[in-house]
Ligand binder design. Structure first.
Ligand code: HOZ
Length: 428
């Protein structure tokens, strides 16, 4: 593969953009080398500016569940663009979007649209605090809820990748409102509630973690969060920015049968354009202005183009539930194939998967929390990543990010990925 154009662009980018990227997770810091600059995408494939083709397991870090440039999404976008790009006033599409979300995720009685997952979690937490009149929030180590000040404590995603557990620039007082606990530890949650239950406004959790790599909830964990929040009057917030409309049409809450009080959404809900949402029980959401005293706003919230792309995506998923069965089957094939290839090569590998979210952890340990995830050999992951990239398989450039399958993938794509992995393990 040639990379000269990407290399040149990355040099230029570094002159004018911090680290050459507009989001640190893209910088290839932990895997070495320079990121390919992407020129275009179609279905499950990406092409970089040097003309190299890749099978895309990043999917824009989650949104592209249907694959790139799905005709229904493109048509909806074209129609919306013909009507204007932004009004800063209510539109019919926003109502349709809210109704669609409420129909697919029944715990969401009312919902507000924002522009990103970070805005969604920040706003949900503020509403939960305003509603309860309390300040503390429980979060879990290795979970990432966007770059919200108080939630950048023992966070996953880019922070885990770069080895920054707590971000600089966050006032100590903000961080002190967060209680970080080990994921999947019911005992730790119980201790926190026993000690400070009356002060805890919310528990925010990735119901399936994607941001320390894919880590599923153990049986009983989400149920215990539900029970403690109900007992102590705290708001249970499922951060479904990654899992929403991905691990099931109704998200992780449908898949695991646990009902949160509030939910945050992003990624798939925008169909590849910037959209986020937070919603939940009507009485909680009524704390948000203009009904209540919690302020939250946004000039581009409910943007016509973004909402059109998101709505087209949700309608397509709703009309084609077999997509989830297909993704499940492809995911299972990939998991089994790569696990067998690693075993044949004698490589220590734990493959975690929930539906179309998957991570290859280079460790022999079970991975059910940050201590398991961080036991991975990140040097080995980097070698694997680079070999896969050179074979045209585009994985997330970090051990601590989930890879995503999309509905445009085929069994042949999966088998080719497994064959590439087999060669990569043999070379390592
Ligand atoms: N939130 C994404 C990773 N979990 C990173 C998005 C990006 O860097 O583009």
């Amino acid at each position: 593969m040639k990379h000269s154009q990407s290399r040149q662009l990355f040099r230029r980018a570094q002159e004018r953009i911090p680290g050459g990227v507009n989001s640190p997770a893209r910088a290839f810091k932990s895997v070495g080398g320079d990121p390919p600059f992407i020129a275009r995408a179609e279905g499950a494939r990406l092409w970089d500016v040097d003309g190299n083709e890749y099978l895309d397991y990043v999917g824009s870090w989650g949104p592209m569940l249907l694959g790139h440039r799905h005709p229904a999404v493109i048509a909806a976008l074209e129609e919306a663009l013909a009507g204007g790009t932004s009004f800063g006033a209510p539109t019919e599409r926003e109502v349709e979007m809210a109704e669609t979300i409420a129909a697919l995720v029944p715990s969401i009685e009312t919902v507000r649209l924002v522009n990103s997952g970070t805005e969604a979690t920040m706003s949900a937490l503020r509403v939960a605090r305003g509603f309860t009149g309390r300040e503390l929030a429980i979060k879990f180590e290795g979970n990432y809820h966007g770059h919200v000040d108080s939630l950048l404590v023992k966070a996953g995603s880019g922070l885990a990748t770069l080895g920054i557990s707590d971000s600089a620039g966050v006032p100590a007082g903000f961080a002190a409102t967060t209680i970080p606990l080990p994921y999947n530890s019911v005992a730790a949650v119980e201790r926190a509630f026993r000690g400070q239950g009356e002060k805890i406004a919310a528990v925010i959790v990735e119901p399936v973690v994607g941001n320390m790599g894919c880590v599923p909830p153990q049986p009983g964990f989400l149920e215990a969060l539900r029970a403690f929040c109900s007992q102590y009057g705290a708001v249970l917030i499922f951060d479904e920015v990654m899992t929403g409309f991905r691990v099931a049409l109704g998200g992780a809450q449908e898949r695991f049968g646990v009902t949160p009080d509030m939910t945050t959404l992003g990624k798939v809900i925008g169909g590849g354009l910037p959209v986020g949402a937070f919603g939940g029980r009507r009485e909680i959401m009524a704390a948000a202005a203009p009904l209540g005293p919690v302020y939250q706003a946004g000039t581009l919230s409910g943007n016509p183009a973004a909402v059109a792309a998101g709505l087209a995506t949700l309608r397509l998923l709703r009309g084609n539930p077999h997509i989830y069965a297909k993704l499940e089957a492809l995911g299972a094939r990939l998991q089994a194939g790569v696990a067998a290839a690693a075993a044949d090569a004698g490589a220590a590998l734990t493959v975690n998967r929930v539906g179309s979210m998957i991570t290859f952890f280079f460790t022999g340990r079970d991975v059910c929390d940050w201590s398991g995830a961080s036991s991975s050999d990140t040097q080995k992951f980097a070698q694997f990543f680079r070999r896969m990239l050179e074979s045209g398989i585009y994985l997330p450039c970090s051990q601590f990010e989930a890879a995503f399958l999309c509905a445009a993938m085929t069994q042949e794509d999966i088998d080719r990925t497994v064959a590439c992995a087999r060669r990569a393990f043999a070379d390592m």
